[in-house]
Design a protein around this ligand. Structure first.
Ligand SMILES: [Zn+2]
Length: 186
């Protein structure tokens, strides 16, 4: 009787111990901060390399769940420059992949870091909000060329934080978003 009891006790301990061990092993990665790194490539936009870096640095200071890092190869986000009659655009899944095109004409009239940071905002999942004030990054060309703010406001940062809270999720279909910046006559 007592022997049977001891065996049962040992078996019960083993059963209890196994889930505890497994639980500890599973909990460790979940407790670590879920930072996703988005690698970007500026080789297609050499004129704007510094402003792209400045825009990425602004985002990196504002959010922690996703960080942008430049890399020569294997990047998922590529910046390009050139002339497009329709202006700058972001062609992205909103989750760190795609292509950002900076148009020369718009770059001559609008704050370049703001353009780069705004387009990067699309790659991080934010839509346009042209009616917003200059303090909003995603108001883009809405407040006009005198707006030089190139930082997301707290609401925009919070939105990106929550979009990336669970790390990288599978990419959707890339969509091209053209910027509605009126071309000004000089
Ligand atoms: Zn936009």
């Amino acid at each position: 009787m007592s022997r049977k009891f001891l065996l049962s006790g040992a078996a019960a301990l083993a059963v209890v111990a196994a889930p505890l061990t497994a639980g500890t092993a599973l909990a460790a990665p979940a407790a670590a901060p879920a930072v996703t790194t988005v690698y970007y490539d500026t080789s297609g936009a050499p004129t704007f390399r510094d402003v792209i870096r400045a825009g990425a640095a602004n985002w990196n200071r504002a959010v922690s769940n996703v960080q942008l890092q430049e890399r020569a190869s294997g990047a998922t986000l590529r910046y390009q420059e050139g002339n497009d009659p329709q202006g700058s655009y972001a062609e992205t899944d909103g989750h760190g992949s795609g292509r950002i095109f900076i148009d020369y004409t718009q770059a001559k009239q609008y704050d370049q870091v703001r353009i780069a940071a705004h387009e990067t905002g699309h790659a991080l999942g934010l839509p346009d909000h042209y009616q917003g004030p200059c303090t909003e990054l995603m108001s883009g060309g809405g407040p006009g060329p005198s707006c030089h703010n190139a930082n997301p406001n707290s609401q925009e940062a919070s939105r990106v934080q929550s979009l990336w809270a669970n790390g990288f999720r599978s990419a959707g279909v890339p969509t091209r978003i053209y910027e509605q910046m009126p071309v000004l006559s000089h």
